[in-house]
Design a protein around this ligand. Structure first.
Ligand SMILES: [Zn+2]
Length: 224
C-alpha cells in the first residue's frame, strides 16, 4: 500500500500533510527498522522519501511552513526530523501516546525524539488553518488518540485526505472503521463524520493507503 505525503501550496505557505516512512530508514532499513522492513515488505528506495520528492519539485525543505502529521505511526512520521524550522500541528494526546508506545512496532522513538525541540501545537478540535476555509484540519481520533484528517479546497474541487481514519474503501461504504488495536467505536464515529463532511462539503474522499486511489491521481512532480 502507498504511504503518501501531500504538499499543499497556499499563498501563506506550504503545508505538508504526513511525511511518510523515514528517509533515513529507506537508506538503511536493517538498522533503522529492525524486523519492520521485512514484516511490511517496505520498498527500499530513498528516492521515494519526502525529502527527495520535495527537492525534486525545485523546493527547499525549509520552504515547508506547516507540517501536519495525521498521526505519529512510522509510515506517517518518518520525515518529521527534516523540518526543524516548521510549525507542527498534531492532534491532542498523540505525542504522549506515541512516546508511551515508542518501543514499537508502529511508533518509533527514532522518528519522534529528534523533534523534541520543534514547535509543536496540539489541537483538540478542528482548525481552519488560514481562516479562509481552504485548509481545514479535522480532528478524527480513534485509530490513534490524536488522529487527524485534512480538508483541502482547491479552485475547482475539494478533497478530504483520510489520514488513517480508514484504510479500505469498504470501510467508507459501510461507515465502519476497521482499525486493529485502536479505539474502534471512536474511529467509527470519526469516520462517519468525515463521510458526512464529504457529502455536505462536496469533497472527494482520498484514502491515503488505498492503491486504487493512488493510481487514480497524479503524483509529484505533477500536481492536481
Ligand atoms: Zn498508516
Amino acid at each position: 500500500m502507498p504511504c503518501p505525503s501531500f504538499l499543499i501550496e497556499h499563498d501563506r505557505g506550504l503545508v505538508l500533510f504526513d511525511t511518510g516512512v523515514s528517509p533515513r530508514g529507506l537508506a538503511n532499513p536493517e538498522e533503522y527498522f529492525p524486523h519492520l522492513a521485512e514484516r511490511f515488505q517496505l520498498e527500499r528506495r530513498p528516492d521515494l522519501g519526502v525529502d527527495y520528492q520535495i527537492r525534486g519539485l525545485g523546493l527547499r525543505l525549509e520552504d515547508v511552513k506547516y507540517v501536519v502529521p495525521s498521526h505519529l505511526h512510522f509510515d506517517h512520521a518518518g520525515g518529521l526530523y527534516l523540518f526543524p524550522g516548521s510549525t507542527f500541528i498534531v492532534g491532542e494526546g498523540e505525542i504522549e501516546h506515541a512516546y508511551m508506545n515508542s518501543s514499537g512496532p508502529y511508533f518509533l522513538l527514532d522518528d519522534i525524539s529528534p523533534t523534541r525541540s520543534f514547535r509543536w501545537i496540539e489541537i483538540g478540535g478542528d482548525l481552519d488553518l488560514f481562516g479562509d476555509g481552504s485548509v481545514s484540519i479535522l480532528f478524527s481520533p480513534g485509530h490513534t488518540p490524536g488522529s487527524l484528517a485534512l480538508f483541502v479546497r482547491l479552485p475547482d474541487r475539494n478533497f478530504i485526505l483520510s489520514g488513517d481514519s480508514c484504510h479500505y474503501p469498504a470501510e467508507v461504504q459501510l461507515g465502519a472503521a476497521r482499525s486493529p488495536g485502536a479505539d474502534a467505536p471512536r474511529a467509527t464515529r470519526s469516520l462517519q463524520r468525515l463521510i458526512l463532511l464529504r457529502d455536505t462539503w462536496d469533497a472527494y474522499f482520498w484514502i491515503g493507503h488505498d492503491m486504487g486511489q493512488w493510481q487514480e491521481w497524479p503524483h509529484a512532480p505533477a500536481s492536481i
